[in-house]
Design a protein around this ligand. Structure first.
Ligand code: F6R
Length: 607
């Protein structure tokens, strides 16, 4: 949440800042702003609303300064107004700060600073940082930021400029992601790789508690770490990957990228002859795998839905008990967890604050923690004792799509490997491997039916509610389908286990209620068909996601979207795709801003 960019070099900073903010808009769009050091003064421009309003404000403004910072905001403290937009400045207007995170002791600091004569303009927690830095400034900006950081409780990723230091950015991190991009004669700061990816592939991931001084020549004055050059990593993303290309929205692009992304996720990790997967990053011996008494999966949102499917996969193949927890609940409810437990943290971004806190809690209590993460070098990737990267490529769309199917593939490969140590035979394993390898092509077949799904979506346009039902592996898919619809089209939708419908939600069903039923031909198919009958009897409108060749369902549902046949355990990787497309097209028909859904931002870095 909140995007940060910084530039120090020899070129004008402004174009870099605006382009970087454009690529970071998925992190917040309540307001945007920039500060550039120009001729010994600080020029600050900020505007409420999304970035285009700031761009309009800056059209024709000629800022030549070669050092600057920028911010796109997802509001926490203080309403989304121009006054509360970042960058914030100190009393003298010479120091500017952009911040991602929450300063928990801001009220106390504000009172102390007011008593010392500082004048506040905004309602934000961030502004205390400006005045604190001002308080400690005696000609050394780096030392002042480091001193201010010791007074602050909470999470922050900050980037600071001063009119008195025209070639200097100071960045500090504690709990909120921040990276330094290493260029030639110029350097960059970003809250996230897309901010800097077109300019350099070399990044340094800052650690918690670190404060760094960045000049055009290098990254210096590191507190707490001796040698920064040893920490330069290659990003591994191509600049083209963070563009929308010919797609109208990132979400649609990412839905369509799923076949290639999935192929990358599984590439080199399956050994068909062994009927097994090889996941070196797990860092676990066969004996350690056998010793696992219980698996606990922790995650949030869409990643939590993937975790539910992981539970079914692991219990089925490895017969190991699995619990799935919302990271935010796990963190605060004194969980019983320790040695013998294997905790798996799932996070596309690797920066979700609740999941990070849950990982720390599990480690503190002695559990081994694995990460399933997409963003290389992210906090969870670095914190965990082992793990598997998704390799899904950058996911920019706020609504997660390709990371969901990538996570399911990784969970399946982990389940397969666990299973092979315990119960699954070589022959069964080989069948599973082949089925997984067939999925990218099967996904392409579903994507080819987009026009049909878009037409169906038109019927939802004026709807106010929708119900999503599924049983077994299809129940978490129903939850995910409902989440996709509500987050981007603002239609209230609920996911339910199909059999639970009779225990309450059936009261809602009438001719105006669309009911999406995920009903592949699996072990619970007959039961789900009975549930469809119950809905039809009450004149509900049934949209079924069914297996190709299923003629029975066509006579019972109002509309059927077909998916290819696969193993039951792998069905979610296919059945979710039409639901992603359905949600997308409903949102487009309703004129919703698909990539910038209201009140949401990608990567929830506050608790
Ligand atoms: C929904 C969505 C969110 C995320 C959740 C966790 O489409 O994207 O629910 O899944 O915020 O994010 P990560 O996986 O980055 O921890």
């Amino acid at each position: 949440m909140c995007g940060i960019v910084g530039y120090v070099g020899t070129r004008p900073a402004l174009p870099f800042l605006l382009a970087g903010l454009h690529r970071l808009e998925y992190r917040g769009y309540d307001s945007a702003g920039i500060a550039v050091v120009t001729g010994g003064a600080l020029e600050v421009y900020k505007e409420v609303g999304n970035l285009s309003r700031l761009q309009e404000m800056l059209a024709g403004v000629d800022l030549r300064g070669t050092t600057g910072i920028g911010h796109t905001r997802w509001a926490t403290h203080g309403e989304p107004t121009t006054i509360n937009a970042h960058p914030h400045t100190d009393c003298s207007g010479t120091i500017a700060v952009v911040h991602n995170g929450i300063i928990e002791n801001c009220e106390q600091l504000r009172r102390e600073l007011l008593a010392r004569g500082h004048r506040f303009r905004s309602d934000t927690d961030t502004e205390v940082l400006c005045h604190l830095i001002e308080e400690y400034s005696d000609g050394d900006l780096f030392a002042a930021v480091a001193a201010a950081a010791t007074k602050v409780i909470g999470a922050y990723g900050i980037c600071v400029v001063s009119a008195r230091h025209p070639d200097l950015l100071v960045a500090a991190r504690n709990g909120s992601p921040l990276i330094v991009g290493v260029g030639n004669g110029e350097n960059f700061v970003g809250s996230d790789v897309p901010a800097i990816a077109p300019h350099t592939q070399r990044v340094i991931y800052l650690d918690d508690g670190e404060v760094v001084a960045i000049t055009p020549e290098g990254v210096q004055g590191v507190v707490g770490k001796a040698d920064l050059s040893a920490r330069v990593h290659a990003v591994g993303w191509e600049p083209g990957e963070i563009d929308r290309g010919d797609f109208p929205h990132f979400m649609l692009k990412e839905i369509h990228e799923q076949p290639q992304a999935l192929a990358r996720t599984i590439s080199g990790r399956l050994v068909e002859s062994e009927g097994d997967s090889h996941l070196g990053g797990l860092n676990m011996t066969p004996k350690e795998l056998l010793d696992v008494q219980r698996v606990i999966i922790i995650s949030c949102g869409t990643s939590w839905h993937a975790g539910l499917i992981g539970e079914y996969m692991l219990e089925e193949t490895a017969r190991v008990p699995v619990e799935v927890e919302y990271a935010s609940e796990f963190r605060y409810r004194n969980p019983v967890v320790g040695r013998g437990d294997l905790v798996i943290a799932i996070s596309q971004s690797g920066e979700t604050a609740d999941t990070i806190a849950a990982v720390r809690e599990a480690q503190r209590r002695g559990a081994r923690v694995l990460g399933i993460v997409n963003v290389v070098g992210s906090t969870i990737a670095r914190l965990t004792d082992g793990g598997v990267y998704l390799r899904s490529g950058p996911e920019i769309g706020v609504a997660s799509t390709k990371a969901f199917t990538g996570t399911l593939a990784v969970l399946f490969m982990i389940a397969l490997h666990f299973g092979r140590q315990r119960h699954t035979s070589n022959a069964e394993g080989r069948i599973m491997v082949r089925a997984l390898q067939a999925l990218p092509d099967q996904m392409r077949q579903i994507l080819a039916r987009e026009a049909e799904i878009a037409e169906l979506a038109a019927r939802f346009v004026n709807g106010r509610n929708a119900l999503y039902l599924g049983r077994g592996y299809s129940f978490p898919v129903a939850l995910e389908g409902a989440l996709k619809l509500k987050e981007i089209s603002y239609i209230h939708a609920e996911g339910y286990p199909a059999a639970e419908m009779k225990h309450g939600p059936i009261a809602l069903i009438d001719k105006d209620m669309p009911v999406v039923v995920v009903a592949p031909q699996d072990s619970v198919y007959d039961k789900v068909v009975s549930n469809i009958e119950e809905i039809r009897t009450r004149r509900g409108q049934v949209i079924a996601v069914a297996t190709e060749g299923d003629t029975e369902i066509a006579s019972k549902a109002n509309h059927v979207i077909y998916i290819p046949q696969t193993l039951e355990i792998l069905t979610p990787l296919l059945s979710v795709v039409p639901l992603q497309l359905l949600a997308y097209h409903v949102a487009v028909h309703r004129g919703c801003p698909v990539d910038q859904p209201k009140n949401l931002a990608k990567s929830v870095t506050v608790e």
